[in-house]
Design a binder for this molecule. Structure first.
Ligand code: 2RA
Length: 336
């Protein structure tokens, strides 16, 4: 198996290296690609130093089975043909192809089978806030069709990449030292604040991040259920949290939902209010699973279930999900 990482110097690119190693991903060769700025840098993988090649329009992808790409939408669009033209399967973490009809959008726990139909040899990785939510919605949908979902997100600074974490860390330091803060990556100072604005505002007054949760959930879950989201950036380094309200066709009990969560691979339940136990970003950062807790009846409508969901957005929300897609393709003989 020959795998490439495109955009290896970014936060997700670096996570690809860790995840491939952690999961003993079967690899004969790993090739690293990056921009002209990253070319020549070296990263260690399984005891060997690998040098980053500059991504160029040439035949460098010949013989590569799978390319894990996370270099931004513009680069993905520009290089998709170069990457896939010799049969390489491109698993793309950007938003470039997510809504194209001929590109499957995949979360393996939910719709792995969609990966089979990839006429352009591209599979898109969904947005991080969608991935963790749909992992938790799937066992509920299996109990009763979901009619609609409301969600409020609490998204970590690292959702905006390595620069997002660096900006938050600098601001925390500046605030502690009584200095003026500067904001470049975020619209305002994030330290000691929160910002109800991720990505651009659209005509319907939702942000694009919020509409991604709506559009992507429909495509991944093959549903028409509407998702109404409010996405908020919070001063946490890593792991996104979500408060989720789900309306189902058949009323479900808390016990049924909890039991379904507990039986689902990829979900961990931490739900013990008597002992103040619930998922939090502090403990979920770096973990593979999507964590759920605070599972209860919605007091505003007892037919609804509401719960709290936390996931590491660089891991399950990006690198791990892409690697799991690759693992599924190998297991199913889609790539050999
Ligand atoms: C964010 N969801 O948290 C985005 C990253 N893809 O900014």
């Amino acid at each position: 198996m020959k795998v490439a990482i495109v955009g290896v110097s970014g936060a997700v690119g670096q996570e690809f290296l860790r995840v491939l190693d952690e999961r003993n991903f079967p690899l004969d060769e790993l090739v690293l690609f990056g921009s002209s700025r990253s070319a020549g840098k070296q990263y260690e993988f399984r005891g060997k130093k690998l040098t980053v090649k500059e991504l160029k329009h040439n035949d460098d992808f010949k013989g590569i089975d799978i390319a894990l790409t996370s270099a931004g939408g513009g680069t993905s669009k520009e290089f998709a043909e170069t990457i896939t033209k010799h049969g390489t399967i491109m698993i793309d973490n950007s938003s470039a192809f997510r809504y194209d009809d001929d590109v499957p959008l995949v979360v393996p726990e939910v719709n792995a089978e969609d990966s089979r139909n990839r006429p352009r040899n591209i599979i898109a990785n969904p947005n991080c806030s969608t991935i963790q939510m749909v992992v938790s919605l799937k066992p509920i949908e299996d109990l009763s069709k979901i009619k609609r979902v409301r969600v409020a997100t609490y998204q970590a600074a690292s959702g905006a990449g390595a620069q997002g974490i660096a900006e938050l860390e600098q601001q925390v330091k500046d605030v502690a030292e009584g200095k003026e803060t500067t904001a470049n990556k975020f619209q305002y100072q994030l330290a000691m604040n929160l910002i109800p604005h991720i990505d651009v505002f659209l005509d319907n007054d939702y942000t694009k991040e919020e509409m991604k949760m709506n559009w992507e959930t429909k495509k991944i879950m093959h549903t028409q259920a509407e998702v109404s989201a409010t996405c908020v950036r919070i001063p946490v380094a890593r792991a996104h949290s979500e408060a989720i309200w789900v309306e189902t066709e058949q009323p479900l009990s808390v016990e049924q939902v909890k039991d379904a969560f507990e039986k689902t691979e990829g979900i961990s339940v931490i739900d013990n209010p008597a002992k103040n136990e619930y998922p939090m970003p502090l403990f979920v950062a770096g973990k593979d699973d999507v964590y759920v807790g605070r599972i209860r009846k919605d007091i505003a409508d007892p037919n609804n279930i509401t719960y709290w969901c936390v996931g590491d957005q660089i891991k399950k929300g990006a690198a791990l999900n892409a690697v799991q897609i690759a693992e599924w393709l190998i297991k199913e003989g889609e790539v050999s």
